[in-house]
Structures are given as structure tokens and as C-alpha cells.
Design a protein around this ligand. Structure first.
Ligand SMILES: [Zn+2]
Length: 240
């Protein structure tokens, strides 16, 4: 990765038929990630704008193929596009089921789902399966091995004086002996160090404004150090 490349969205990486594209129509306001192989179409963290980005970029046929959504945590910039995506899939008459994987205890996803079913449940063309993740066991989706791992993401209290842990995960996706490690939002943590190492691609957030906020996010220096242990890496959430 070249210096300042992290400011140029979308970020794209491909190895054979393992492909990832990271959208961020407004960096730090919305994250949205598409992962595809010949057999799989996944979305990770559908932030605001994901539907527009995907429609413009890959179109309805690909969007309708999405079988699984992976949520790292419930902050607005990672889930803001869920409602419109779910609505679109129904309007376009998706038939196959959709799984939503998320960290157990992520109230935002469960609230969005409950409200959505209340409004559209009767006319929904497809089934939605909520899949809360409570441990780090690997599982398989369409020939992709998915390894969730706990990360250390905190949010500030309203008065800004305290912080508390948010249910949050990173994911390592392995396909055909190639791997992508996505850390979600996190402060420096050992699990990310472990899973980023030797990945073909690591996606590491570097959102700390300065050294004083490092228990909430990583600095560019910290994120770069982890990124360099992978074969290739992207820094995301970099303060602009
Ligand atoms: Zn966050």
C-alpha cells in the first residue's frame, strides 16, 4: 500500500476469484464492504450508502445473490444501510434466505430487525435468519471459512468521561487458502494482531485522532505495524 492510498475509496483487492471492495462514500461516516468468490456474495458492515454504491457498481443481479451479511458491531457507520438493503431485497423479490451474523448482544441489529419485520414482515419475499455469534468458532458459508474473533471496541459515555465495551467482532475470511482479515473498529488488541498476521489482506482501522484516544481506536502507526505483518493491508477510518 502506498502512502495516502487509504484516502482513495473505494479500496479494491483481488486474488484469483477472491475479491473485496470497500466503499466509504463518506469516509468515517459509512463503511460498506462487498466480498465475492465464484460461489459467494457477502456484505460486511452495510453502512449508509451501501445500496446506492452497490447498485451503481454491481447492480441488482449481484445484490440479489447476497446470502450473508456480517456485522462487526452496531455503530451507525457500520449498520446505517441495513434497513434500505433489506427493503430493496424484498422489493426485488429475493427468494433465497439471508443470514445476518453479528456479535451477540448487538442491540442495534436486533432492534432494526424487529422494526423491519413489524413493518414489512407480511410481504417479505425472503427469509431473514439472525445469527448472533457468541464464540470464536469457525463456520463455513458457500465454501468460505469464517473465523469471528473478539476485538476491543469502546464507546464514550454521553458526558465523554467514561467508556464502555461494545459487543464487537473482527472476521477472518479464508477461501481457497487465501485469507482476508477484517478487524472492524478496535483499539490495539492481541486477537487482531494474531489473525492479521500472515493474512493475504488485512483491513485495519486507524481512527485515533491522537495518542490520547488510543483506548478507543488505533493510531496510524499502530495500525500500520499490524498491517505490515500481513502480505497486504488497507488502513480504514483514517481521520481525514
Ligand atoms: Zn464503532
Amino acid at each position: 500500500m502506498e502512502k495516502n492510498d487509504y484516502l482513495k475509496y473505494p479500496l479494491i483487492w483481488r486474488k484469483d476469484d477472491f475479491f473485496i471492495k470497500i466503499y466509504a462514500s463518506i469516509p468515517n461516516i459509512a463503511t460498506g464492504i462487498l466480498i465475492t468468490t465464484d460461489k459467494a456474495t457477502f456484505i460486511v458492515d452495510p453502512g449508509d450508502g451501501i445500496l446506492r454504491d452497490l447498485n451503481k457498481d454491481v447492480g441488482a443481479v449481484t445484490i440479489l445473490k447476497v446470502s450473508d451479511i456480517f456485522i462487526s458491531h452496531g455503530h451507525h457507520d457500520h449498520v446505517g444501510g441495513v434497513w434500505s438493503l433489506l427493503t430493496y431485497l424484498s422489493v426485488m423479490r429475493k427468494k433465497s434466505a439471508l443470514n445476518i451474523f453479528y456479535p451477540k448482544g448487538c442491540k442495534e441489529i436486533e432492534s432494526i430487525y424487529r422494526a423491519f419485520i413489524k413493518v414489512y414482515g407480511k410481504e417479505l419475499s425472503y427469509q431473514i435468519n439472525l445469527k448472533p455469534i457468541e464464540n470464536s468458532k469457525s463456520f463455513n458459508r458457500n465454501s468460505v471459512s469464517v473465523k469471528p474473533f473478539k476485538v476491543n471496541h469502546r464507546e464514550l459515555s454521553d458526558d465523554g468521561k467514561n467508556s464502555s465495551l461494545v459487543p464487537s467482532l473482527g472476521f477472518k475470511f479464508i477461501y481457497d487458502s487465501k485469507s482476508i482479515c477484517y478487524g472492524g473498529d478496535t483499539a490495539y488488541c492481541e486477537s487482531l494482531v494474531k489473525y492479521a498476521k500472515n493474512s493475504d489482506l488485512a483491513i485495519i482501522e486507524a481512527g485515533a485522532e491522537d495518542e490520547n484516544t488510543t483506548d478507543l481506536h488505533m493510531t496510524i502507526l499502530q495500525a500500520t505495524e499490524i498491517g505490515k505483518t500481513a502480505r497486504d493491508y488497507f488502513l480504514v477510518h483514517v481521520p481525514g
